[in-house]
Design a protein. Structure first.
Length: 433
């Protein structure tokens, strides 16, 4: 991923230096386990740890790989250059390349998930704070983009909080599912390496042994992981889309913070555009882009092929780096989002009481009018508001059929705004406890 959409902690997880360090730890821990089993001399296992403080030479490994055309062999050759050929004689004993590659990939995904979970915690904190701040800030709810009935800005934030909280659970589950390792040798039979080696290495790396691997760790785990990231990306877009709508000039119920010195357009100095949430909408597409390839990686030939490898070398870093950046950016947007309560009220009252139509409809049915007639009476008065800019309550009060069923006081009462917010506390308790 390009530096513009990257943060250093996540980038570091996917650096060659980090990758080779994990490769080294796998090999060194495996040697320790082999020595404990009496398969290799203990002094050889101890000698491997001479490289524990060494910074592996990425350029040198690349140079060797240019000849060997094999990345793991290139690394093992470089390791032997560091600790000595004789001391390195038993490194990789009974193992296959996928033992190193797959286990490392899962370590990196687990570390990436931990950063993403921390990102989500910060986002949830911001959403909760803004929800509580605007619990009673009334705005119009919309269906199909059209005014529906009153809601509150706090409920909007609370809805996004609940969605992201579900996403956090999904991500934690995906992290747990991906946290496996395999040191099972060629085709996964442990023919040349004891299962105790796998158990030892996994314990040292914070993983669980894969119950059954072929020569690779099953890719349904990875498919589930990237699918979870894709859902998080979609939820980011959900929040971003709402903010983009609210910032439209003719709506302007909220807008992204516009900092001192910021410019909105190279041509039009008046512009204040929702550039951050538009950016988030695009980044969400990149995150979701990984889902189908990850699904397609599940089907591999027999005990191993590498059709998944090139895919994962791209989607592993690109997707986690992008999502890390997107979560941090969305948190910043939520933290600084400027809310305009007066505009919310003005928008809601634009059609002069029209949003109370359902209350009148229900009141008429409760007064003994058939539902069909009730709907007809309310709609014919509502259409005058749409088409002529009339006042809904005034039209109802002037309709003999309506006033025959409802008193003036009963009609007036149906325009009480507090009616629509009476259960906000109940919803908040469900969401926040």
């Amino acid at each position: 991923m390009i530096p513009r959409y990257s943060r250093p902690d996540m980038v570091a997880i996917w650096s060659p230096e980090t990758k080779f360090r994990i490769w080294y730890e796998i090999e060194a821990h495996a040697c320790d386990a082999q020595a404990e089993l009496g398969v290799i001399p203990k002094e050889n296992a101890e000698a491997v740890w001479k490289a524990k403080d060494v910074e592996f030479d990425v350029a040198r490994i690349d140079e060797i790989e240019a000849v060997t055309k094999h990345d793991v062999i290139a690394f093992l050759t470089h390791l032997a250059e560091i600790i000595g050929n004789d001391e390195a004689r038993f490194v990789h004993q009974g193992m296959t390349s996928s033992d190193v590659l797959d286990t490392t990939f899962n370590v990196q995904l687990v570390r990436a998930a931990d950063l993403l979970l921390a990102d989500m915690d910060k986002l949830l904190e911001a959403l909760k704070r803004r929800a509580l701040e605007h619990k009673d800030t009334v705005r119009i709810g919309r269906s199909h983009g059209i005014h529906a009935e009153p809601t509150t800005m706090g409920l909007t934030f609370a809805r996004f909080y609940a969605e992201m909280d579900r996403n956090r659970t999904r991500l934690a589950t995906a992290r747990d599912e991906i946290a496996t390792g395999a040191i099972s040798g060629a085709v996964g039979t442990f023919a040349n390496i004891d299962p105790a080696v796998e158990e030892h290495v996994c314990a040292k790396l914070g993983l669980k042994p894969e119950p059954i691997s072929t020569q690779v760790i099953p890719r349904d785990r990875h498919a589930a992981f990237f699918a979870a990231l894709g859902v998080v990306g979609s939820s980011i877009e959900n929040v971003a889309t709402e903010i983009r709508h609210m910032q439209r000039t003719e709506v302007l119920e909220a807008e992204e913070f516009f900092s001192a010195g910021q410019k909105g357009s190279s041509a039009m100095p008046h512009k204040r555009n929702p550039v951050l949430t538009e950016n988030l909408t695009g980044l969400a597409r990149l995150v979701r882009m990984a889902v189908v390839p990850a699904m397609e990686n599940v089907a591999l030939w027999h005990e191993r092929d590498i059709s998944h490898s090139s895919v994962e070398r791209n989607i592993g870093p690109d997707t986690t780096i992008t999502l890390d950046f997107a979560l941090a950016r969305l948190t910043q947007v939520i933290d600084k989002l400027v809310i305009y309560p007066d505009n919310m009220l003005a928008n809601m009252n634009k059609f002069k009481g029209l949003v109370m139509s359902q209350r009148v409809l229900l009141a008429l049915t409760q007064a003994g009018v058939s539902r069909e007639d009730s709907y007809r009476l309310v709609q014919r008065n509502a259409m005058k508001v749409w088409e002529k800019g009339a006042d809904f309550k005034t039209e109802l009060l002037g309709d003999d059929e309506v006033t025959a069923a409802l008193s003036i006081e009963e009609i007036e009462e149906k325009f009480d705004l507090g009616y629509h917010t009476k259960h906000v506390d109940t919803i908040f308790k469900r969401v926040f406890g």
